[in-house]
Design a protein around this ligand. Structure first.
Ligand code: CAA
Length: 288
């Protein structure tokens, strides 16, 4: 066990992942400052937390009240509204874009003491590559949650080449204190474990559709009934967000190999703003 105590957390990004991580951290008793760049993004994140907490409370799974969880999540639009010296852990959950992440990392490095451990929830980008644009590579680590964070038990922990043992141990304790099950990677590779396997499976499903082997409905049905996935590959793509899937495949194509080339059926949809559930249409239509 590490002596360093985490009490207050700053989470950057109130999207699906940032708000979900904020929710489970608040439910575990941490105070969370949740930063996004606009009031409307923040409000959407808070609404998502409320809905999710209500579902969980309905089942009587946790004793803490909705109010107790919500008052532990403090929404802010500027990093400067976060008490600079009170933060013990910073988590980044902004979009999967290296330039955008680099810019945010500069902001974080300028504002929070370089002693503070800093984790990224990147889904695919190598931790060592992201660490190289921070001034605290020894304090930097990947902790990768899964959607929806309140329900998915796994968190991948990915130390970069320079991550200290202290920050690795601390991250492991933190993840376990959220009630999650960590898997610690031995090597820092793009896509880690789950997204490498997921991306390969999704590529194969897209190829089967493109080659007209079966309809997307039947491919989904086959995978659900034949492999017992809770969602088929097309439903799951819509659930993750087609923009997120595209970003994963682009990174893996560039950094691993051509197997992960994004197919036209995905690129075309993202270009048209058809991003899956969150935009109302993806492979399927959710507007009803
Ligand atoms: N918060 C709390 N509870 C939730 C919830 C949320 N956000 N979403 C769903 N639930 C609850 C529902 O209330 C429901 O509860 P009951 O069974 O008591 O009614 C239960 O979960 C099931 O929900 P639904 O009936 O609405 O739908 P479902 O049976 O299809 O389950 C699901 C939803 C849990 C998301 C399930 O479909 C599932 O596990 N899907 C696969 C998810 C997955 O693979 N995630 C990983 C994606 S990859 C990733 O995240 C990594 C990356 O980097 C891209």
């Amino acid at each position: 066990m590490s002596m360093y105590k985490i009490r207050n957390i700053a989470i950057l990004g109130a999207g699906t992942m940032g708000s979900g991580i904020a929710q489970i951290a608040a439910a575990a008793g941490f105070t969370v400052y949740l930063r996004d760049i606009s009031k409307s993004f923040l409000n959407r994140g808070l609404a998502r937390i409320k809905r999710s907490v209500e579902k969980i409370l309905q089942k009587g799974l946790i004793r803490i009240s909705k109010e107790e969880i919500l008052e532990k999540v403090i929404p802010v639009v500027s990093i400067k509204q976060i008490p600079q010296d009170d933060i013990d852990f910073v988590i980044e959950a902004i979009p999967e874009n290296f330039e955008l992440k680099s810019k945010t990392f500069q902001e974080i490095d300028q504002y929070f003491s370089l002693e503070v451990p800093f984790a990224t929830n990147t889904s695919t980008i190598r931790i060592t590559k992201l660490a190289s644009v921070t001034q605290r590579p020894d304090k930097f680590i990947g902790i990768h949650f899964f959607n929806p964070p309140p329900l998915m038990p796994l968190v991948e922990i990915i130390p970069g080449e320079l991550t200290s043992n202290h920050v690795l141990e601390l991250s492991k304790d933190f993840v376990m204190s959220l009630g999650k099950e960590p898997v610690i990677l031995k090597r820092d590779v793009p896509g880690f474990v789950v997204n490498r396997i997921l991306a390969a499976a999704l590529e194969e499903a897209y190829k089967l559709l493109h080659e007209n082997v079966a309809s997307k409905e039947d491919i989904d049905k086959a995978v659900k009934l034949g492999l017992k996935w809770p969602m088929g590959p097309f439903e799951l793509s819509d659930f993750i967000g087609l923009d997120v899937v595209l970003a994963i495949l682009e990174t893996l194509k560039l950094e691993v190999d051509e197997r992960f080339t994004p197919p036209d059926i995905l690129i075309e949809r993202v270009k048209k703003g058809l991003l899956g559930r969150k935009s109302g249409v993806g492979f399927y239509n959710y507007q009803k």
